[in-house]
Design a protein around this ligand. Structure first.
Ligand code: MN
Ligand code: MN
Length: 320
């Protein structure tokens, strides 16, 4: 069983993993954006295996340029560092970002931001059309900020998600991704992450990823099947992210989500140097700084004992 002091002693390691999670998100986004909306067959015909930061894609990006997945995560991270947890502040930052005319804004995100502008509400009503992956893709800063506190993770996850997406599958996926990132950040082994995923899959059968059917659309069930399949069938950060984005479809978003989990799991040294070098330097530096500040403000860094996630038999895990 991990003790408080045991986890605090590992704080430098947690900090490096938090950096790797946010940077993993960004490189997954930038790598995947090149092949977003292509099929796996089209990617193979054009690139063989796509594994270089070359930009382009339907958004005609510069090499290493990130998209909405990273930019909306930045909005949340900046907000959490500046004011603590406030859905209103996050929503206002989404508006500022939206008004800056970014290269890409998802339709459901656009609708939620428009609702906040017009009505001032930070959450919409439950909507069958909200089962996209747009809330899941910005979970990394939430997972870091709520480290050690499962209840806080749930509150912040639902709060940030419902600004734009109010659907049970989006909620379940966002929560699972948050938990997987947290488990990886505090040093758990992959079988512990797999148990967490299996626990969600038994409740939400549409996330079932074995056998994998190869759909990687923005529908959150397809997104989660793709992320979980490649997370659990690969054994390095690079292999995981490359395999995921080469599946095509919503490749920047599947890349961003799996990059955030795999970054936390495999650590900073596992992210290819060349990818980090190509990443927009302003984004790289800000994510690094925000990761440190999010860890330092988390309940974990302030001495709170780690609470136990439902399927845990051995909460200490790799650190126990
Ligand atoms: Mn995107
Ligand atoms: Mn996308």
């Amino acid at each position: 069983m991990g003790t408080v002091s045991g986890y605090l002693a590992h704080l430098p390691d947690v900090r490096m993993r938090a950096r790797a999670s946010l940077l993993g998100l960004a490189v997954g986004d930038a790598l995947g954006a090149t092949v977003e909306f292509m099929t796996a067959g089209e990617i193979h015909a054009k690139y063989g295996v796509h594994r270089k930061m070359i930009g382009g894609g339907w958004l005609r990006l510069r090499p290493g340029q990130v998209t909405d997945d990273t930019q909306m995560s930045l909005c949340i991270a900046r907000s959490l560092v500046a004011v603590g947890y406030s859905p209103e502040d996050i929503a206002r930052r989404f508006v500022t970002w939206y008004q800056s005319k970014p290269p890409d804004v998802g339709n459901t995100c656009r609708r939620g931001i428009a609702r906040f502008i017009n009505q001032g509400t930070v959450h919409g009503l439950p909507n069958d059309g909200d089962a996209g992956n747009g809330a899941v893709m910005r979970m990394a800063p939430v997972a870091v900020a709520a480290l050690a506190d499962e209840r806080l993770l749930e509150d912040m996850t639902i709060g940030q998600a419902h600004i734009t997406h109010h659907h049970p599958l989006s909620d379940a996926a966002s929560l699972l991704v948050g938990r997987l990132i947290q488990l990886a950040l505090i040093g758990h082994a992959m079988d512990r992450l797999q148990r967490q995923a299996n626990d969600t899959v038994t409740k939400f059968r549409s996330f079932r990823f074995a056998p994998y059917h190869g759909l990687a659309t923005a529908y959150v069930a397809d997104t989660m099947q793709t992320v979980l399949h490649f997370l659990f069938s690969t054994s390095s950060f690079e292999e995981c992210v490359v395999a995921t984005v080469n599946q095509g479809g919503d490749a920047d978003t599947t890349g961003a989500i799996v990059g955030a989990i795999a970054g936390a799991y495999y650590g900073l040294d596992s992210i290819p140097r060349d990818w980090l070098r190509k990443l927009d330097p302003d984004v790289r530096d800000e994510l690094t700084s925000l990761a440190d500040q999010l860890v330092d403000r988390s309940p974990l860094a302030n001495g709170q004992p780690v609470t136990v996630f439902p399927p845990a038999k051995h909460p200490g895990g790799a650190l126990g």
